[in-house]
Design a protein around this ligand. Structure first.
Ligand SMILES: Nc1ncnc2c1ncn2[C@@H]1O[C@H](COP(=O)(O)OP(=O)(O)O)[C@@H](O)[C@H]1O
Ligand SMILES: [Mg+2]
Length: 306
């Protein structure tokens, strides 16, 4: 049993000024406080990553505070997360899992070789500025493998903003030109899932909430992109796939996006290590942060980190 009052920091990226980021942090803080955990919310830039006299040091710009018992890391500032972990502070999700999810190419590579259904994907090679790959066979090969329409995804991106549906060769080459210097991948377009997918929130080994998202106006089902939400009872196969993805990625809590195959069979779209929880609450009434906090308390006890 933990025999002292726990303390935590919730860290989010202060350069993302949309209300939804602070809202996410506040929701988690509420759940922590319901369990008598004292909780401070910090923007990533309110903590400094210092290397001083040969040692790592963490400065707190706004207020000198004791190190917390744990951190809930809503940011993708991997270096800050690493600094915290190296200073011995448990970080949820583990920074290695956040790093794997943050880059969609690394995510698909991590999920591969487990026999899971993943859309056929080709990761674009690293090509330095000034080199023209177009004269090469490479792109013709990609087109012959994946056909049109085709999905192009930047490896870093959320809310559907960096995912593109490419109709033909003209759009294909235009997009590649536009993405010069940016990491991206090519992916088979799952036509049967046009404008619809599932979001399953997994905590530990449990699928705690699911919503069906569908858009009448866009191939992307993201709610931030105009998708509508509906309560949905996931099938055993969908749950099994979501939990397995989370385990392979090493996330303690995650939001798994699942596409629908031709026979409605589940196909992995992506794993989010920092799934927002407001929409799923509005849709299902499930307050995912309560599950997250319970998971962390148990995990700290099990790993004797408090
Ligand atoms: N291969 C695909 N085939 C069909 N639709 C896709 C495919 N990949 C993504 N989508 C659609 O685009 C949306 C955004 O893609 P996703 O990979 O989840 O990126 P993001 O991190 O921006 O949410 C998905 O929710 C889904 O509706
Ligand atoms: Mg997504």
């Amino acid at each position: 049993m933990i025999n002292h009052t726990l303390s935590c920091w919730v860290i989010y990226n202060g350069s993302l000024t949309s209300e939804k980021f602070i809202d996410q942090a506040e929701m988690i803080k509420q759940s922590a406080e319901r369990k008598n955990i004292s909780c401070e919310i910090y923007k990533n830039y309110e903590l400094t990553m210092e290397i001083c006299e040969g040692n790592l040091r963490l400065g707190v710009i706004v207020d000198e505070k004791q190190k917390p018992d744990f951190v809930i890391f809503l940011d993708k500032d991997i270096l800050l997360g690493r600094q915290l972990e190296q200073l011995g502070i448990p970080v949820y999700n583990p920074i290695s899992a956040i790093e794997r999810c943050d880059n969609k190419a690394i995510m698909y590579q991590t999920l591969a070789n487990h026999g899971l259904p993943i859309p056929e994907t080709i990761i674009a090679p690293k090509v330095y500025k000034g080199f023209e790959l177009r004269d090469n066979q490479y792109y013709q090969y990609v087109i012959s493998r994946l056909g049109f329409p085709m999905i192009i995804k930047e490896v870093h991106g959320s809310f559907g903003m960096k995912v593109y549906l490419i109709q033909d060769e003209i759009e294909f080459y235009d997009k590649i030109k536009e993405l010069s210097g940016i990491s991206f991948l090519f992916q088979k377009y799952i036509r049967s899932s046009h404008g619809r997918d599932l979001r399953i929130n997994v905590v530990g080994d449990q699928a705690v909430a699911t919503m069906y998202r569908h858009s009448e106006t866009d191939f992307r089902a993201n709610v931030s992109n105009g998708g509508r939400m509906e309560i949905y009872e996931p099938t055993a196969a969908q749950i099994e796939l979501a939990v397995k993805c989370s385990q392979i990625m090493g996330t303690y809590f995650s939001g798994i996006d699942i596409l629908f195959g031709e026979n409605e069979e589940p196909i992995i779209c992506e794993v989010n290590s920092n799934a927002h929880i407001r929409n799923i609450y509005d849709c299902t009434g499930v307050w995912v942060a309560d599950y997250m906090i319970d998971f962390i308390i148990n995990h700290l006890e099990e790993t004797k980190n408090v």
